[in-house]
Design a protein. Sequence first.
Lengths: 245, 168
Amino acid sequence: MKPIKRENKKGISVMIGYVLLITGAIVMSILVYQWLRSYVPSESPECPADVSVFIKEHVCSTNQLDITLKNNGKFNIAGYFIHVSDQTDQKIATTDISQYIESGGIFAENAVIFLAGGNNAMKPNDEKLGVFGLSETGMDNIYLIEIIPARFQKIENRLTFISCGNAKVREEVSCNLKCSDSDGGINTLVAGTCTDDSGSYADYCEGNAQKEYYCSPDNLCVIDNTGCPSQGGYECQNGACAIPS
Amino acid sequence: MRKIKPKKKNKKGLSPVIATVLLIAMVVVIALIIFLWFKGLTEEVITKFGKKNIKLACDDVKFQAGYGGGSLSISNTGTVPIYSFTIKMIKPGSHTSDGFKNPQQLLNLNWPALGLNQGEAFASGDLSTQLPTGTEELVLIPVLVGKTKKGAEKIHTCEERHGYKISL
């Protein structure tokens, strides 16, 4: 008669083996994750693609630049970075004038912000006028204006001021900051006012001779004595040449 | 009739427990050894913005640059602060690279101490006398600063593919 074979009681050891294996695998995966965590690409702060602004109008006067900005995008904007250039051959504007904002915003975060408190105050189709007093910059002319809109966005539950570099606008201009003439230069048919660092000078009549003020190449208001056109019966009236009715 | 001798019970009650403890200890020790060995092989991780590897941050760097009238202009149009630049100057048949970290040495001007933040711009002085004769191209490669796990600041130069090429 064959002896009864006793059962090999290894049930518990196998269970422990499985537990050990699983535990080891989990521990190894946690270690590898900790090391590789920094390589996981995370969402970088970026503006939505449909953020867009353009410079609707710019007005240069003596030591002052007025810019009307229009939001033609689909998202609200909190403010903008603004740089200008006084060099004709400079391809990128690098002089930051945001600190010279006098009205139409406040200077914060190295930019012009429309409203304090983390608000994206400029809605789509809104227009904002920014007035910059540039007497302290020492610039005589502006040839290039570049504006980068910016907005506040929530990133990881924190309100962050983000630059929208993809929506940068660039406009080549010809601005004379030291001398401005409201009638555009030597224009005898329009009574204008010339303004330079020493004051404002209005075109006037001396008898029938029209005295036209204009900006010289030295950025000074000087008089042109050409007078009214000799043909056509022009007379000087109120600083401008006109045909009497 | 054969007498069936009862087989003596194998008293191994304690051994499986000891074996289990030994197994767990072995797994932990081996895992630790492998981890420390692996850690020694890899370079120190530098992160930007707290958790993102600085190499990945290079992909997010955006800037524009131009050269005109002998002056280099740079505008940071992205959201990643650029600490510095390495400038690669290329002329036919050769190239040299120069760091931009101490601009006074190369460009004789005031580079912002903390680098170029988002929205900021920079213009150099006259570079024309500083560049090697015959230089046809400049490649501006951004240099970022990040933090190690211990909190120390470390500089990382991005790869050339993140650079900006300017033709002179």
